[in-house]
Design a protein around this ligand. Structure first.
Ligand SMILES: [Zn+2]
Length: 56
C-alpha cells in the first residue's frame, strides 16, 4: 500500500496509507480537501508571477 506522504502542518509527512485508486489518504484526497486547496493556491500564485513580455 502506498503511503499518503502529503506534507503536514507540523512540517512532516502524512504517514497514513493512501486510499485505493488515489495517492492520498482519506484526509488528503479530494479536489477540495484543505491540502488540495492549498496546493492549488500555490500553483495559481506561481501563474500570476509577472512576466515581462513588453506590455508593461
Ligand atoms: Zn494523508
Amino acid at each position: 500500500m502506498t503511503r499518503c506522504g502529503a506534507p503536514t502542518k507540523a512540517g512532516g509527512r502524512c504517514r497514513k496509507s493512501a486510499m485505493a485508486g488515489t495517492s492520498r489518504c482519506e484526509r488528503h484526497q479530494g479536489a477540495w480537501s484543505a491540502y488540495e486547496v492549498a496546493q492549488r493556491k500555490k500553483r495559481e500564485a506561481r501563474k500570476k508571477k509577472p512576466k515581462r513580455d513588453g506590455r508593461g
